[in-house]
Design a protein around this ligand. Structure first.
Ligand code: SIN
Length: 277
């Protein structure tokens, strides 16, 4: 197995491994360390059934259920489809993951890794972008870092900011759940002690002690400082790629820069994380 860095600040590529077969402890440790160190990892040239994909991802931890159970594969429900053919009740394409986000911050124990596997791809474009929020945190001006250390975000299924960024479908609005979950705005990764900015712009209702409007203004300011080209990896998919990233230190988004008449299908699996602190 070879692991090579893709950019100086984020991303590494793994070749020479077949995830359809069991792997030994030392390889498993190397892969897990590579995700934590590089934030995003692409494992090339895999040929996996959904069940083999699940078993491969179990090398990274416990696979967990996902929101939106309508996208689960019927025979393998921990694997979800991310497809550009999903539509809302009005027949409009649902653009999954269009803006910067991290997954399931409204869960008490959100996923530490999100994993995607390429099944069908457009002929051009349709990549996934991931930004290193550890680097983003380090790049903040000192006074801003001091201002946010120790702050907590209040996370809901769908924050009121959604209405300012898009027109959520009636189904999505009906699914708004009231139970708020507190998360640290600066998250420490227990695997290496590093700190990273940690928030979902659309699931954060507010920062504790601040109004939703002031909270969004602060989150926008943080995004402006942290989301930089040099901290971002834009993955151009190849058939057979497995891409995973460390949600404790990353935001991600789908790039809708391709011909929408071409089919794009990825399989998504989430790996359970620890309680954020
Ligand atoms: C996601 O946000 O999980 C999907 C990313 C993608 O479709 O590239």
């Amino acid at each position: 197995m070879q692991v090579s860095k893709l950019t100086p600040n984020i991303g590494a590529e793994v070749t020479g491994i077949d995830l359809s077969r069991p792997i030994d402890d030392s390889t498993r440790r190397q892969l897990n360390a590579a995700v934590v160190e590089n934030v995003a990892l692409v494992i090339r040239d895999q040929a996996l059934t959904p069940q083999q994909y699940l078993e491969a991802i179990a090398n990274f931890g416990e696979v967990m259920p996902q929101h939106f159970t309508q996208y689960a594969l019927p025979d393998c429900p921990l694997v979800h489809e991310v497809s550009n053919r999903h539509q809302d009740k009005a027949g409009k394409q649902i653009k999954h993951g269009e803006g910067w986000h991290t997954d399931h911050t409204n869960h008490v124990r959100p996923p530490k890794y999100t994993c995607l596997y390429a099944v069908a791809l457009p002929s051009q474009g349709g990549g996934t972008a991931i930004v290193n929020m550890r680097a983003g945190y380090q790049a903040l001006p000192d006074d801003l870092r001091q201002k946010i250390d120790g702050l907590k975000t209040v996370n809901v299924f769908m924050g009121s900011a959604v209405a300012r960024h898009s027109s959520p479908s009636a189904e999505a609005q009906a699914e708004r759940k009231p139970e708020p979950v507190l998360q640290p705005l600066v998250r420490t990764n227990p695997d290496n002690g590093s700190k990273a900015l940690y928030f979902h712009p659309l699931k954060t209702e507010n920062i504790v002690g601040m109004s939703p409007q002031d909270s969004q203004a602060l989150l926008d300011e943080l995004l402006t400082h942290a989301v930089r080209d040099e901290f971002t990896y834009r993955h151009q998919w190849r058939k057979g790629d497995v891409l995973l990233w460390d949600n404790r230190a990353a935001l991600h988004r789908a790039l809708f820069d391709y011909d929408p008449s071409e089919y794009r299908l990825l399989y998504r699996v989430l790996v359970r994380g620890e309680l954020p602190h």
